[in-house]
Design a protein around this ligand. Structure first.
Ligand SMILES: *Cc1c(COP(=O)(O)O)cnc(C)c1O
Length: 483
């Protein structure tokens, strides 16, 4: 071992010996004060965590902490900081500059003000959630959204649950338990965060029967696969996955006719689905059309293109929906009252086509004219160019935004982004500083630049966005909100 390495090792040992022990730190008068504010086990854990982190840093040979700052009293501020963090909620505000409107990892749809008010009302006091005020009797939480869902989709009956995965699971369990479910092979897909049709089918207690080939399936394939054990046909909108070219699949009306002729059920999982009749939605199947085509159950998400809270909506024929309502799983996948309050308010915005696009952020972001997006991008560029160091590059580039969450996968929504290169050229470093800021800003790195897409940034967010990004370009991490 060289003399240098030997000294290094000796220095490490000495610093380790200088590191305070848990009991010593706990006896510090300032820690006694912390014990008055925080649970004892939390304080002990925090002291342990701080000591452990310092020990690892010393062993790793890092420059910090300085020898001589490892005594019990020196550790107290670290302990206090650790406890403050433990007492701070984890969820942080993010400004979405990714250009992905329904960004699953950033919480999918943001709610219209009307829905936010409804959530606050339901959260901060009692409500008639399951109470018929006119009669003074117990009622169902489903009553609040049942009629408006039937009106909007033309369905006989409706049921809302926790999310669309739960709606599909419940439909299969209620209509096909212990029986066969026929699915076209090309629709056995995994969607987004691990939602796999074969897995859901297995968990529902039904048995999967694959029909046809990956690219072509005909009604005669379903005929051949139907047996005495068969209970249902499941059609799955493949969302973010497309087979193009030489493909065939039966229409929904053909499948409905086939299922009815065999006294089976047709379940149509739309994924996002579309409730509004917007040109923008050309690619996305509409819930009303599926109902009209004769599906027994049509399921879709509350927080994809619908633009509401997390929820799963099942609409369709009375007999099928009633079977779902009565199934024991229905209680396990019940929608919670805050989501129900939000959904109730969002669905009311669908009674007028104009309100739908104006008030629901997911839809107004997608539908906003390109000129307006460009105007916001120009404002951002000018403000950032003025605030950034001279060596930073700030420009405006044309690009495409996306619906996200598997919705409208092929539709390219024209958009405009601000493109940034920091003075040191370290684009990943800049992106990391923006993510560490409060509020955090999430853009996307493309061809050596950080792009901030103006389509998903709201007017009310621009001032904070400018402050966070300007700091980032100066090499700083902005904290506009306390941690
Ligand atoms: C997104 C999606 C689901 C899952 O919906 P969640 O509301 O996220 O549970 C199910 N099926 C399809 C086709 C989807 O696109």
């Amino acid at each position: 071992m060289s003399a240098g390495r030997h000294d290094e090792k000796a220095g490490r040992q000495e610093r380790l010996r200088g590191l305070a022990a848990v009991d010593e730190v706990l006896r510090e008068p300032d820690v006694q004060q912390l014990l008055a504010r925080y649970r004892r086990d939390l304080v002990v854990d925090a002291v342990r965590a701080v000591i452990e982190r310092l020990r690892r840093e010393i062993l790793a040979g890092g420059a910090s902490p300085e020898a001589g700052s490892l005594a019990a009293a020196d550790l107290v501020p670290w302990v206090e900081r650790t406890l403050e963090l433990a007492a701070t909620p984890s969820l942080r505000r993010v400004i979405n500059a990714s250009g992905i409107v329904v960004h699953t990892n950033l919480g999918r749809s943001t709610l219209p003000d009307e829905a936010v008010r409804a959530v606050v009302l339901a959260a901060s006091g009692y409500s008639d959630l399951e109470f018929d005020l006119a009669r003074g009797e117990r009622a169902s939480r489903q009553d609040h959204v049942h009629d408006v869902l039937c009106t909007l989709t033309g369905a006989e009956d409706a049921l809302v649950v926790n999310n669309n995965a739960a709606a599909v699971l419940l439909a299969l369990a209620a209509l096909a338990r212990a029986g066969d479910v026929l699915v076209a092979r090309g629709q056995l897909v995994e969607i987004g965060d691990g939602f796999r049709i074969p897995d859901i089918l297995r968990e529902s207690g039904a048995r999967l029967v694959e029909v046809g080939t990956t690219n072509r399936t005909y009604v005669r394939d379903f005929e051949r696969a139907w047996s005495k054990k068969a209970r249902a046909v499941l059609r799955v909108h493949t969302s973010n996955y497309r087979i193009v070219g030489f493909t065939t699949e039966p229409s929904l009306a053909e499948l409905a006719e086939f299922a009815a002729a065999h006294k089976g059920a047709l379940i149509d999982d739309l994924g996002s689905g579309a409730l509004a009749d917007l040109e923008l939605f050309g690619e996305e199947p509409s819930a009303r059309e599926s109902v009209a085509a004769g599906a027994d159950v049509v399921t879709f998400s509350g927080d994809k293109l619908l633009g509401g809270p997390q929820a799963g909506i099942a609409v369709g024929k009375a007999k099928a929906i009633e079977a779902m309502r009565r199934h024991p799983l229905a209680r396990a996948v019940r929608i919670d009252k805050l989501d129900l309050a939000a959904l109730d308010a969002v669905l009311r915005l669908y009674v007028s086509p104009q309100l739908t696009v104006e008030r629901i952020p997911t839809l107004s972001m997608l539908a906003e004219p390109l000129d307006a997006v460009r105007g916001r991008a120009d404002v951002l560029r000018a403000a950032l160019a003025a605030a950034a160091p001279a060596a930073a590059e700030v420009s405006v580039v044309d690009g495409v935004a996306r619906a996200g969450a598997g919705a409208l996968p092929v539709t390219e929504v024209a958009s405009v982004a601000v493109a940034l290169t920091p003075p040191d050229g370290d684009v990943d470093g800049l992106a990391a500083r923006l993510r560490a800021a409060r509020p955090a800003v999430v853009g996307r790195v493309h061809e050596g630049r950080l792009l901030l897409d103006a389509r998903t940034v709201r007017e009310a967010e621009t001032a904070d966005l400018i402050a966070v990004v300007a700091a980032g370009l100066r090499g700083e991490v902005a904290a506009l909100e306390s941690a």
